[in-house]
Ligand binder design. Structure first.
Ligand code: XMP
Ligand code: MG
Length: 177
């Protein structure tokens, strides 16, 4: 029995995740032909998605990493976000694609869009593996979206519960949550 089986059930299989990531990669490859693409990966949740997606993009891209923390009030973000670790290069004039694991209330992405837009990129778009529209508090246009999900707490493929379960190859659902 695998270590997670008492607590986590399969929500989206590894095969479905990988197939969708390949589709998104092909779409991004078409859209950014001839452009200098920079993936801005949001730590830590998006890293598994970002690594797989990057390998499905047939372009000479650059990867940057940005850490954010949102102040939590229970399981809800309060909307107060701060950058805990910034990208390593100036973003002016670059074609930026933010890579996120999940857009829930949308407050984190709203902050990131505003923050990165202020650095005058050539373009700014969003890729998110998951979207949970039931909890949206602000409208975010997701240019590349993996899956739309119901209001369930998901883990795996980068997503955590108390920092655990990021290393599952599928997207799981916490049992009893
Ligand atoms: P907002 O609400 O600002 O938050 O869109 C996005 C961040 O909240 C975390 N989050 C989750 N993490 N399972 C997780 O492991 C979930 O179901 C979930 N919902 C939101 C996540 O860190 C995301 O970046
Ligand atoms: Mg996150």
């Amino acid at each position: 029995m695998a270590f997670y089986e008492n607590e986590v059930g399969i929500f989206i299989t590894e095969e479905k995740v990988q197939a969708r990531v390949r589709e998104l990669g092909a779409e991004i490859t078409r859209d950014y032909q001839g452009k200098d693409l920079t993936l801005v990966c949001v730590l830590k949740g998006s890293t598994f998605f970002a690594m797989d997606l990057a390998r499905c993009i047939d372009l000479p891209l650059t990867m940057e990493f940005l850490g954010v923390s949102s102040y939590q009030g229970g399981t809800e973000t309060t909307g107060e976000v701060r950058i805990t670790s910034d990208v390593s290069k100036p973003m002016a004039g670059k074609h930026l694609l933010i890579i996120e694991d999940i857009i829930d209330t949308g407050l984190t992405m709203s902050f990131l869009l505003e923050n990165l837009r202020a650095r005058h990129p050539a373009s700014l778009k969003v890729a998110s593996l998951l979207e949970k529209p039931a909890r949206a508090r602000t409208k975010i246009d997701i240019d590349y979206k993996g899956f739309v999900i119901d209001d369930v707490f998901v883990v795996g493929y980068g997503l955590d519960y108390a920092e655990k379960y990021r290393n599952l190859s599928f997207i799981g659902r916490m049992k009893g949550k």
